[in-house]
Design a protein around this ligand. Structure first.
Ligand code: ADP
Length: 486
């Protein structure tokens, strides 16, 4: 009973197997086949029993399998484990299809039989072919390696990029493409990757190089992808030649450096020129004062008037030169620190107290943030914006000034809003240029440098400054500062 049960179980296992199983007897004839074999080859078992296995094997593969079968019958004592061989099988309707075939001898009651197991690999081959097509059509060089780094597949782009024929690369170690000086590191990194394979780019923050067949090194970028296949774990490397990008980066760096050098030169020049100009201007002012103190000039009204003109012109020249000097010095040797903008604004308001009360200005300041910034420069920025908001007021209206800030993504946007004379749309860019003024000195005093200072200060902080305004209603000056120093 127990034996019967065992046989039944064995029989159902064989019948339910997804692999076609065929038993060949000592005369080389089919003795038994399971249901899967019938389905796979489209025969009824009666049609196959007693036949040679040849009937199921495509032309060109028969001899090989026959030799193998003979060998198995004669070497039964060795009991080899059969190895999978890929061949073409033949259906009843004449269709050929790829299979993996495995043959194992067994001895039952001194009779030797061979079990042939056949796996239909049509789908697997199709999937492989699709994979190969995708790899082939990729715009990057793609190399598939096994865990030991042996190249198992490449696409045409790889041949072009590295100058090799595919047969020169297939089966070789990937290190054939690694420059000698980097082989050691590459070996270590590959081992690290194999211990924890994941999708990632290789060499982040590091320059990677490969070597072509002609010995030329090329800068590359690599993306790695672990792939699980029935044949084992593989790694798919997608490689881009970044020679052009590198060249552009180098050119860009050189260009930026040249601009920086030129800027520095120009700043140096401006600094020296304005610094040296100050001396003669100071002497002129001193001499004018001596002349003005002389009573002889007081008696002559005409001369007195001329002296006054010269005096105010030289004072203005001094202011202009001092303005340029200050401009070149903005941000020089300063270090950013965490600045409390509330404190800065209240200090500026104290400094401007007399102007505020003289103009009867009402200034409201909302809670402001603390940010990393150049403190002295930020004070100057608010001083310029607030004093302008007071200065450019309408004749008959007390200034209403509102200071506030709001966070936009990673930046803070500050605003200084007034109800003054406003700025015409066409002049909104011009006001930030050096020595550009919209009014005559008679109406509003100034030299046109305050907003140029503001622009430079904001840009030193990698921010932006702009104005929105309605003439006769007022202006709002906005500037942004990043929340964190880059
Ligand atoms: P200055 O005040 O010395 O002329 P600025 O560079 O500070 O120089 O300003 C440039 C010009 O921008 C000013 O001459 C003025 O015409 C205009 N301006 C600046 N601030 C305001 C404001 N709040 N309202 C209207 N006009 C302004």
């Amino acid at each position: 009973m127990e034996i019967f049960h065992k046989e039944l179980t064995f029989q159902s296992m064989v019948e339910a197997s997804p692999v076609a199983l065929i038993l060949i007897n000592g005369r080389g004839k089919i003795n038994y086949l399971n249901r899967r074999a019938e389905q796979m080859f489209l025969y009824h078992q009666n049609e196959l029993i007693g036949q040679n296995l040849d009937i199921l094997i495509a032309d060109g593969f028969r001899i090989n399998y026959k030799n193998r079968l003979n060998a198995l019958f004669s070497e039964t004592t060795k009991r080899q484990t059969g190895e999978n061989v890929e061949i073409s099988a033949l259906k009843k309707n004449g269709d050929e299809f790829p299979v993996l075939i495995d043959m194992n001898p067994i001895t039952i009651e001194e009779n030797t039989l061979v079990i042939v197991s056949i796996l239909d690999i049509t789908e697997r081959i199709k999937a492989n072919e699709q994979f190969r097509l995708v790899v082939e059509s990729a715009p990057n060089a793609i190399i598939l390696t096994d865990k030991s780094g042996k190249i198992v597949m490449i696409n045409r782009r790889t041949e072009i990029l590295f100058g090799y024929q595919s047969n020169e690369l297939l089966g070789k170690s990937i290190e054939i493409l690694v420059p000698e000086r980097l082989k050691h590191t590459h070996h270590r990194l590959r081992n690290e990757y194999n211990s924890k394979p994941q999708v990632r780019s290789m060499g982040a923050g590091r320059d990677l190089y490969a070597i072509r067949k002609d010995g030329k090194e090329i800068p590359i970028e690599i993306g790695l992808n672990p792939i699980k296949k029935t044949e084992g774990d593989l790694v798919l490397a997608s490689i881009i030649d970044i020679t052009e990008r590198k060249k552009n980066e180098e050119a860009f760096k050189l260009y930026t450096k040249r601009i920086e050098d030129k800027n520095r030169e120009l700043e140096q020049y401006t600094y020296i020129a304005s610094h040296d100009l100050r001396e003669p201007l100071n002497s002129i002012s001193g001499l004018i004062e001596i002349l003005m103190d002389n009573s002889q000039y007081h008696e002559d009204a005409h001369l007195n008037k001329i002296l006054n003109y010269i005096n105010s012109a030289s004072n203005r020249s001094r202011d202009l030169v001092a303005g340029i000097l200050d401009y070149t010095l903005l941000g020089k040797n300063a270090e950013k620190k965490l600045v409390d903008f509330n404190k800065i604004v209240s200090e500026v308001l104290m400094d401007l107290e007399s102007a505020v009360s003289e103009a009867n200005a009402n200034i409201a300041c909302e809670e402001l943030p603390s940010l990393p910034a150049y403190e002295v420069e930020i004070r100057l920025l608010f001083q310029n914006l607030i004093s302008n908001a007071i200065k450019y007021r309408k004749k008959d209206t007390s200034p209403e000034i509102h200071i506030f800030a709001r966070k936009i993504k990673n930046n803070w946007e500050f605003s200084v809003k007034d109800n003054g004379i406003g700025i015409p749309e066409s002049q909104k860019e011009k006001v930030f240029l050096l020595f550009q003024r919209l009014h005559h000195r008679r109406d509003y005093d100034g030299i046109g440098i305050g907003l140029a200072h503001c622009k430079k200060i904001v840009e030193l902080h990698d921010g932006q400054i702009f104005v929105k305004s309605v003439p006769d209603e007022g202006s709002t000056f906005y500037f942004t500062l990043p929340e964190k120093t880059i």
